[in-house]
Design a protein around this ligand. Structure first.
Ligand code: BES
Ligand code: MN
Ligand code: ZN
Length: 488
């Protein structure tokens, strides 16, 4: 789908559909008698009220070149924010492509003529075009050919906003496509080569640490997870360094990249196990964020670290009770081989610190417990530094990703005790997402850090009006917004 902006009126645009935003309770005033009357009649009859994502279609509107006029509900005008604009963009694309419409032009009226709303519309429209049907011979749905925004008397600022939105939406779809790939097709080395291809095309630095290098570095924690799999592990490192970086800031993005999580010897029940292909969603969000960052070029140094492994049971697999030594030298008693995400993350975190990262965010499908706490609505955000946490949550809010601060009181640490090593890899009972975060914190130490547990939000089982079912790409937009804010 091509996205573009044009500074022209809607009357002469040659599109399959020209779309007008229509707010709740107030028929839009449209400078065309036929369309305006049609809209007024719809509101008067109550057939269309302007509630969010309602759609009405008029064929052959008199006086317009376009084949159809479309009203899309945007809800109450005073509640119109970028989160709503993003959803509206997605809903327009999803509803119209389902009707086999190819080209859509949406009118950016006075209420929408703000950079943040235009960016969000474009993000939503591009993300709305994604379908998780890569491997279906007969595709579920069609795709739009083009999505055009019509901003009469618009500015270069709006054009910039559109480009920002399209870049971010496309990066999000890139990440979602990776998450959607099954474990047999996207192994750790495949994920690494996809990241390398992207990095080379975008001019990012790329270093992929193989098993030997990780052994030399003493990454015993990461390597104990991959040892049960025939698929070799990797640590993907992508780096972005602008010409004039903000001095003193080196942002590190760390993403969990378990391409498939069976649980290992502490094997998972078979019901729903197929979904564990999305256990690399944090890694995909980080890699996708780097794709957007490479194009949007914020003035801040950013390095991504994605430890990637497959968690399998086998005669070579790590056993419950095994004791391993992490790169930082601390020993871990592996009490449950299904708590593997933290084991691979901590060696990546130690490596990130060694590479000079001084602000850190990680994203990981770390615990089922976060879905119990927050459902599929909010990402759990854990931190060791209040100022940094509010910086990250501020970026998330601006990017329209819901995140909620979670507690990390010292008292919870009593649940993390091993009789035989420095730390066990699971807590004794309760507060599973918190003990997982506290485990990571032992390796993060003093570096300002936020841990995002995205296990509940990285995948949706039911599609929304504005987004297909499947991978969401959550985290990516916040990372990009964070880099842009740090660089300005
Ligand atoms: N990848 C899972 C967490 C997960 C669960 C992600 C459901 C997405 C949906 C993680 O590796 C895991 O298995 N965590 C365990 C931890 C437990 C053994 C302490 C869990 O949540 O059960
Ligand atoms: Mn697991
Ligand atoms: Zn996992």
């Amino acid at each position: 789908m091509k996205t573009s902006i044009q500074y022209q009126g809607f009357k002469t645009v040659a599109a399959d559909a020209v779309v007008f935003a229509a707010s709740e309770g107030v028929a839009p005033s449209i400078d065309n008698a036929a369309v305006s009357q049609w809209a007024a009649d719809l509101y008067a009859s109550g057939e269309f009220t302007g509630k969010a994502f309602e759609i009405a279609v008029l064929h052959q509107p008199a006086g317009l070149t376009a084949k159809r006029a479309v009203l899309v509900g945007i809800g109450k005008l005073e509640k119109l924010d970028s989160a709503m604009a993003r959803k509206v963009g997605g809903a327009v694309v999803r509803t119209l492509k389902a009707k086999s419409i190819g080209s859509v032009a949406m009118v950016v009226d006075a209420s929408l003529q703000k950079a943040e709303l235009v960016q969000a519309l474009a993000e939503g429209a591009v993300a709305g075009d994604f379908e998780p049907d890569e491997h279906k011979s007969k595709k579920d749905s069609k795709h739009l050919e083009s999505f055009l925004l019509l901003a009469e008397g618009g500015s270069t600022e709006l054009a910039e906003a559109l480009r920002n939105g399209a870049v971010i939406g496309e990066a999000q779809n890139f990440a979602r496509a990776l998450v959607n790939e099954p474990g047999n097709l996207l192994t750790p080395l495949k994920l690494a080569s996809r990241a390398r291809e992207m990095a080379e095309a975008q001019g990012l630095g790329c270093d992929i640490l193989d098993e030997d290098r990780m052994k030399q570095l003493g990454m015993g924690s990461l390597l104990c997870v991959s040892q049960g799999s025939a698929e070799p592990p990797a640590l993907i490192v992508l780096s972005y360094k602008p010409a004039n970086p903000m001095p003193g800031i080196h942002l590190g993005l760390v993403g969990k990249g378990v391409t498939f999580d069976t649980g290992g010897i502490s094997i998972k029940p078979s019901e729903n196990m197929e979904k564990m292909k999305y256990d690399m969603a944090g890694g995909a969000a980080v890699i996708g964020a780097m794709l957007a960052i490479a194009q949007l070029k914020p003035n801040v140094e950013v390095t991504a670290f994605v430890p990637t492994v497959e968690n399998m049971p086998s005669s070579k697999a790590v056993r419950p009770g095994d004791i391993v030594t992490s790169m930082a030298g601390k020993t871990i008693e592996v009490l449950n081989t299904d708590a593997e995400g933290r084991l691979i993350l901590i060696d990546a975190i130690t490596y990130a610190k060694q590479m000079g990262v001084n602000r850190m965010v990680d994203a990981a499908t770390l615990t089922g417990a976060i879905s119990i706490a927050l459902g599929a609505v909010n990402v759990g955000a854990f931190s060791n530094d209040e100022a940094w946490q509010s910086e990250v949550l501020g970026a998330a809010k601006a990017a329209g990703e819901k995140m909620w601060p979670m507690p990390m009181d010292e008292e919870y640490k009593d649940l993390l005790k091993s009789a035989f090593a420095d730390m066990p890899n699971i807590g004794s009972r309760g507060a599973g997402s918190i003990t997982a975060a506290l485990f990571l914190k032992e390796w993060v130490e003093d570096t300002p850090w936020v841990h995002l547990d995205i296990a509940g939000t990285a995948w949706i089982d039911d599609g929304k009006a504005w987004l297909s079912k499947g991978p969401t790409g959550v985290g990516l937009r916040s990372f990009v917004a964070l880099a842009q804010r740090l660089g300005s």
